[in-house]
Design a protein around this ligand. Structure first.
Ligand code: SAH
Length: 263
């Protein structure tokens, strides 16, 4: 079965590569589902299993976020990884010392935003672009900032190639936010600052929600959710997580927000 599939795939590459596609070949190729090339059945099956296991472990509830995680091809954001690793519940390296987050953490953070479809969302730490794509499925517009220019370039191209036209990526320092596009209904920070940057809280809409892993330890931080209400913030602690640090470039001279007293 595998050998046959491999052989026919090789044949197709050989005939296309030689530039001798016949009319019959051309018809065969054009009748193929264009999504099958980058999202083969095996990937879709592994993705269903991953989502089912996140649901059965209680990290994900059936609903919009689960549907988005079934729809977004995670393997396309980690092109170097074998399919089974792309659909394991673990973080993976994406180069430049950075990682794509563990699917369970993506599920928990995304659910914590409570998106219903009309929101404008800011993400800090585009990385591979996977989390941004999930947000793109669930919200109206997504703005995502990545410090490493090459990661920003790659994820921006990948998101465009995959058709996530409402996701906008720029290279820059997330401590500054994206003032030209502020205020945002939701802000998702996917690198860990020692405390939540005041600039990001300022760019949040009234009644908006910010979710961030917060803490100075490189090994463990607390996932905090801030809700803006009546000139202040309500803060929930959603539990421990482990993220790469949100790197300070010194571009933002403003202090980080004070840690809420009850935490
Ligand atoms: N959301 C990503 C994973 C984030 S990994 C995904 O779905 O793949 C954290 C990312 O934050 C890294 O790519 C890192 O380069 C970036 N980062 C770190 N400090 C930053 C800063 N100050 N501003 C913007 N991005 C930052």
């Amino acid at each position: 079965m595998t050998a046959l599939a491999l052989a026919s795939a090789c044949n197709q590459v050989a005939s296309t590569g030689a530039g001798d596609a016949t009319a019959a070949n051309a018809r065969t190729v054009s009748s193929v589902d264009p999504s099958a090339a980058f999202d083969p059945l095996q990937a879709r099956t592994l993705r269903q299993h991953l989502v089912s296991s996140l649901i059965s472990r209680g990290d994900l509830q059936p609903g919009r976020v689960a549907d988005a995680m079934r729809a977004v091809p995670r393997h396309a954001f980690v092109p170097e990884a074998p399919l089974d690793e792309a659909y394991a519940d673990s973080p993976l390296p994406i180069g430049f010392g950075q990682t794509i987050s563990q699917p369970a953490v993506v599920a928990i953070m995304t659910q914590a935003l409570g998106l219903s479809g009309g929101e404008r969302v800011l993400e800090i730490g585009t990385g591979s672009g996977y989390q941004a794509a999930i947000l793109g499925v669930l919200a109206r517009e997504v703005y995502s900032i990545e410090l490493v220019p090459e990661l920003a370039r790659r994820s921006s191209k990948r998101l465009a190639d995959l058709g996530y036209a409402n996701v906008h990526v720029r290279s820059g320092d997330g401590y500054l936010g994206w003032p030209e596009r502020a205020p945002f209904d939701c802000i998702l920070v996917t690198a860990a600052p020692p405390a939540v940057p005041q600039t990001l809280l300022d760019q949040l809409e009234e009644a908006g929600v910010l979710v961030a892993p917060v803490g100075a330890s490189p090994f463990e931080q607390e996932l905090l959710r801030y809700r803006k209400a009546e000139g202040g913030f309500r803060v929930d602690d959603l539990g421990p997580v482990a993220f790469v640090p949100m790197v300070r470039t010194g571009a933002d001279p403003r202090p980080t927000a004070e840690q809420p007293p009850h935490l």
